[in-house]
Design a protein around this ligand. Structure first.
Ligand SMILES: [Zn+2]
Length: 240
């Protein structure tokens, strides 16, 4: 009788470990602007992915530009992206992408995980997307244990700024897409568990509208209210 364990059976055997990994990682606050928490994620993810044996590096991202409340451009630092590449010369190369950041800031009460029965876990970033990172990791471990591993190259990119619209990591994602044959994104499934094949995109815009101050009593006609102009889409007819 053969003692070889089929990859799917091996994956099933990892269920408890997968649950514990999600729990551990979701208990690390890694909001997009929490650089300390993102650095902690860099460390635990590096530990988790290093046994796979690929070439691993942490990539500094350029700061993102935002507009502050006075209309000035401000530079905000971003976390680092984790890249792991294995067998880049293989004839079939697969890109696997997901993010380590979440939308739950340090100022929010939702900070830790809670087990809801034997197979349910609630916590910040559990579904989006720390469980996705675990699924990716276990899938790669199963691949590396299989006899087809030598024929498949793969590249992982885990970015720290997806919830902001990937302002610093977009060029990296584009490069990954170009040098691999197919890609998987490990975002959550649809509500019924089916695989999401496509998603809408998003765009973030900041509009700066400047008014002109004037004395409300004596020189009202010299002023210009930026809110009024924006709301009506037409400038008042006096001096704006
Ligand atoms: Zn997500």
């Amino acid at each position: 009788m053969s003692s070889v364990i089929r990859p799917v059976d091996w994956i099933d055997s990892q269920a408890q470990r997968m649950l514990e990994l999600v729990e551990h990682w979701a208990n690390i606050n890694s909001a997009s602007d929490n650089l300390e928490g993102l650095a902690q994620m860099d460390a635990v993810l590096s530990d988790a992915f290093s046994p796979l044996g690929g070439e691993m590096k942490l990539i500094d991202l350029p700061p993102r530009q935002i507009i502050d409340s006075s209309g000035q451009v401000v530079q905000k630092p971003l976390g680092r992206a984790l890249s792991v590449i294995k067998r880049p010369d293989a004839s079939l190369r697969v890109f696997l992408g997901i993010h380590m950041d979440t939308v739950y800031g340090l100022d929010q009460p939702f900070q830790t995980t809670q087990r809801l029965g034997a197979s349910r876990l609630r916590g910040p970033g559990v579904a989006d997307a720390k469980s996705g990172i675990v699924v990716m990791l276990i899938a790669l471990e199963a691949l590396e244990r299989s006899e087809v591993a030598d024929f498949i190259g793969w590249e992982v990119l885990i970015n720290p700024d997806e919830e902001l619209g990937s302002p610093g990591s977009t060029p990296l994602l584009t490069q990954c897409a170009k040098r691999n044959h197919l890609g998987f994104v490990f975002e959550p499934t649809l509500a019924d568990g089916s695989l999401a094949g496509q998603r809408k995109g998003s765009g973030n815009f900041t509009v700066v509208v400047r008014g002109r101050s004037a004395h409300a009593g004596r020189e009202f006609h010299l002023g210009c209210n930026a809110i009024t102009a924006t709301a009506t889409s037409t400038a008042p007819t006096n001096t704006c």
